[in-house]
Ligand binder design. Structure first.
Ligand code: URA
Length: 435
């Protein structure tokens, strides 16, 4: 078999066999197939699509490109969650400690930023000293001891997805249901979870722009999970505006810390409680969502979730001084707040434009090996539907040079729209699916 023939077949709209997909995935993992061929193939998939059979074959080939974790000696049931990617999405940083503090172990493999959406691993790396490159033995031992571990991809766990994910980030090949579904589900299958809660975003700041597309993605992942014997639920939420207030790595870590200390933005809190509730339900910790919410609110208000977060950060060698004093997280050189030119109502906070603007500030990558800037980003101060008065702060820009500060200012002025007449708040949770 030759990689080029597989690329041509997909380019011309053919359906690849499982053998061809496995050959391609194995070749890319072992580096006998180079990045440029994988990029051409991914673009052909974006343009031509994949059947459900091809998507399942791709998922299994990527899951089996490394080891499949067996966590049955750690817990009777291990639950994982994964987001399809959004702007300001720091959910894992809060949901992980919340669920672990309720006594359900969370062992999670997370990703870096992808296109305009941030990634949990990049966010965590804004904490000095923190290690995300854990060996499988370290991953399991921390899960047993602490009940919470978040690691980046290794050469042991779904390495094919690790490579393809980094390539897709900078080759315009992210927005595609088969590629997203197989990327997420290969990691979840390899990570050993029995049950998976999918945090599927829909809207301008998501890869799926409409509810219909988000439902199609969710159903594809649920089908893959069912075939692999996993219990899967999907929560579809709106990403028409950023989640919470902060966008950018260290800024989001700070917001997560404050959220665990009881100062969460209302939309972000609601989102976290919903995702965490389904995790407790699928994990068999509770029998209904009302019980889940009671338990979650208890561990949050008693400070147990924040304590679990500290324990997890310490276990991964992160500097706790920064967690206890978040102002010691990386800071940008220039901080500027834009205010409302007149009174009115917030009519739109364009998540996609702010997501790309954060990448341009340095919070994401333009090339595979780019170093990101953890300090930069935005803190918005109002959500759609909020009433604002003249000169009220709308957004604070954190930038490391004046050129990018100015450029981001221009973007923000267009991305945050005001109306003189009242505007309804946006819905948050759009639909949930649990077969
Ligand atoms: N998250 C992933 O892990 N992969 C994607 O393709 C998108 C979001």
């Amino acid at each position: 078999m030759r990689a080029v023939d597989i690329i041509i077949k997909k380019r011309d709209g053919g359906e690849l066999t499982s053998e061809e997909i496995t050959f391609f995935v194995q070749g890319y993992t072992s580096e006998s197939i180079p990045d440029y061929q994988a990029a051409a193939w991914a673009m052909a998939v974006v343009i031509r699509g994949m059947s459900m059979r091809e998507t399942t074959a791709l998922t299994l080939a990527m899951a089996h490109s490394g080891q499949i974790l067996d966590l049955s000696d750690i817990a009777r049931r291990v639950v994982d969650k994964h987001s399809t990617g959004g702007v300001g999405d720091k959910t894992t940083l809060v949901v992980g400690p919340l669920v672990a503090a309720c006594g359900l172990p969370v062992g999670k493999m997370s990703g870096r930023g992808l296109g305009f959406s941030g990634g949990t691993i990049d966010k965590l790396e804004s904490i000095p000293g923190l290690r995300v490159d854990l060996t499988l033995a370290e991953f399991k031992s921390q899960l047993r001891r602490v009940g919470l571990v978040v690691a980046g991809q290794t050469s042991d766990l779904a390495p094919a997805d690790g490579k393809l994910y980094a390539l897709r980030d900078i080759t315009g090949t992210v927005e595609n249901i088969p590629l997203i579904a197989s990327s997420i589900m290969s990691k979840k299958i390899a990570g050993g979870a029995d049950a998976i809660v999918l945090d599927v975003k829909a809207g301008s700041g998501a890869f799926m722009k409409t509810l219909e597309e988000a439902l199609a993605l969710a159903n594809t992942m649920i089908d893959i999970g069912r075939d692999a014997g996993r219990d899967v639920a999907a929560v579809i939420s709106s990403m028409e505006q950023p989640l919470g207030y902060a966008i950018g790595n260290a800024l989001e870590v700070k917001e997560a810390i404050l959220s665990l200390q009881g100062q969460a933005p209302p939309d972000f809190l609601e989102h976290c409680l919903t995702i965490a509730g389904y995790m407790l339900l699928l994990g068999g910790k509770v029998v209904n969502l009302a019980d889940a919410r009671r338990l979650l609110e208890q561990v949050l208000s008693q400070g147990k979730a924040f304590e679990k977060f500290r324990e997890f950060i310490a276990a991964q060698h992160g500097n706790l001084e920064v967690i206890d004093h978040p102002d010691k997280l990386p800071q940008a050189r220039f901080v500027k707040t834009l205010t409302a030119p007149q009174g009115g109502y917030i009519a739109g906070v364009h998540a996609l434009d702010l997501g790309w603007a954060a990448v341009r500030l340095g919070a994401g990558r333009n090339k595979k090996d780019d170093r990101i800037n953890h300090a930069v980003g935005f803190v918005i101060h109002a959500k759609v539907g909020d009433k604002v008065v003249e000169d009220q702060p709308l957004v604070t820009i954190h930038a490391d040079d004046e050129f990018h500060l100015e450029e981001a200012g221009e973007t923000c002025r267009k991305a945050i729209r005001l109306s003189l007449t009242p505007v309804s708040p946006l819905p948050l949770i759009l639909q949930t699916l649990h077969g």
